[in-house]
Design a protein around this ligand. Structure first.
Ligand code: LMR
Length: 398
């Protein structure tokens, strides 16, 4: 059966974990995958999560099957985060939400559904984008292209080129957008630019699929939803994949959501019925635990406040690491200015390091980064930052 099966390459991001685990050097540092570690190098179990878990353990609820779309309480709570507490769109029944297996699971269910509607549609992702975007939409059957996004000269968004790229797309093209904390570049649009993107999407009849994996990691829960709020006000139909992996530090629980906004309640009901079939023939219905914890935290005023404070703590520590890294790379005598790192948003820095420099970091220093030059700043801490800064300074010196 397997004679013709070839060895597949390692995943460009998760494959780094495998290589990192196999590395026996004590000083090794994993700056690959987007995971937040605390200053002791540990993935935190948030206090709000722990409190909700303890309450759930006490209540000891039965573990029956969930509805195919997941728990209503969770899905409502997701909509509140995406669209705000009093959303006209939600009130009108225009949004349907599915509890999904992380942001990736949400993208996959959405992609499979879209492929059933229009298999000939082209998908456009930003250049560059999260490595899995292309793989995922191609796996769903789509042809995937790119729209211009990052400008390596300014280390920001080439916004005129982005708009031109979107204007050139055929009607019905699916455009994957990063709501905030663009992965991998950390370069985001501002509200004025988002408003222009919304207009082009409308004019050209494009389908926005917004990926929001890092809500709360740029400026906060509300400000990071600016793109979604503008899409919500526009009256357009669109897709959102959201995730609690990072914001709740619940990576392995696979807690995310697919939200589809339609023109009215009647359309929502039809869409709901079809997406349920996609889910049923894939994983049947979502697991209980992670979503129940998130819903419990989001619907309890005290726990929610505690969570928002903990999220702010993560955000602030990453900022601290940004400025410290810039200073320490300069102090280590690098012949290159890294001050742009403090302007990038979210967990990552798109360092501009070449594939060869990334390889040197790995070979000579046991420091793992994505080959695009992306490093995860949330994996830096007071114990490893000097080592990393020195190593970066060494490899840029050549
Ligand atoms: C990342 O980009 O590192 C994260 O989103 C984790 C993943 O699944 O790739």
């Amino acid at each position: 059966i397997f004679a013709a099966v070839e060895m597949a390459p390692r995943d460009p991001i998760l494959g780094l974990n495998e290589a990192f685990q196999a590395d026996t050097r004590a000083e090794k540092v994993n700056l690959g995958v987007g995971v937040y570690y605390d200053d002791n190098g540990k993935i935190p179990l948030l206090a709000a999560v722990r409190a909700a878990e303890e309450a759930r353990l006490q209540a000891a609820p039965p573990r029956g099957y969930q509805p195919i779309e997941g728990a209503q309480m969770y899905n409502k709570a997701v909509q509140g985060l995406l669209f705000g507490p009093q959303s006209a769109l939600v009130e009108a029944g225009r949004a349907v939400t599915f509890e999904a297996l992380g942001g990736t699971g949400a993208l996959k269910v959405g992609a499979d559904f879209l492929f059933r509607i229009d298999p000939k549609a082209q998908v456009l992702i930003s250049n560059p984008s999260w490595e899995n975007h292309r793989a995922l939409f191609e796996a769903a059957g789509f042809d995937v292209g790119t729209y211009p996004y990052y400008d390596a000269q300014t280390r920001g968004v080439d916004f005129p080129a982005m708009l031109d790229g979107l204007r050139a797309a055929d009607a019905g093209t699916i455009v994957v957008l990063h709501a905030c904390c663009h992965n991998p570049t950390g370069a985001d649009l501002d509200a004025t630019q988002w408003a222009q993107v919304v207009e082009v999407i409308r004019e050209r009849g494009l389908v926005a699929f917004i990926d929001m994996a890092y809500q709360g990691f740029a400026d906060g829960i509300e400000p990071d939803a600016v793109a979604l709020r503008l899409f919500a006000e526009s009256g357009l139909e669109f897709f959102v994949a959201s995730s609690f992996s990072k914001s709740f530090s619940l990576y392995g629980e696979r807690v995310g959501a697919l939200t589809i906004v339609t023109e009215n309640k009647e359309t929502s009901a039809r869409v709901l019925s079809q997406v349920k079939r996609v889910v049923r023939t894939n994983y049947s219905n979502p697991p209980t635990h992670g979503g129940a914890i998130v819903a419990a935290v989001l619907t309890d005023a005290g726990l929610r406040k505690q969570w928002e404070d903990e999220l702010a703590g993560m955000r602030d520590r990453i900022r601290l690491m940004r400025s410290a890294l810039v200073e320490k790379i300069a102090a280590a005598g690098a012949n290159q200015d890294f001050s742009f790192v403090v302007r990038q948003r979210g967990m990552f820095s798109f360092t501009g390091l070449s594939v060869d420099q990334v390889e040197r970091l790995k070979q000579e220093f046991g420091i793992y980064a994505v080959s695009s030059g992306r490093i995860c700043l949330a994996a830096l801490n007071s114990g490893n930052i000097d080592y990393v800064a020195n190593a970066i300074a060494q490899v840029v010196k050549g």
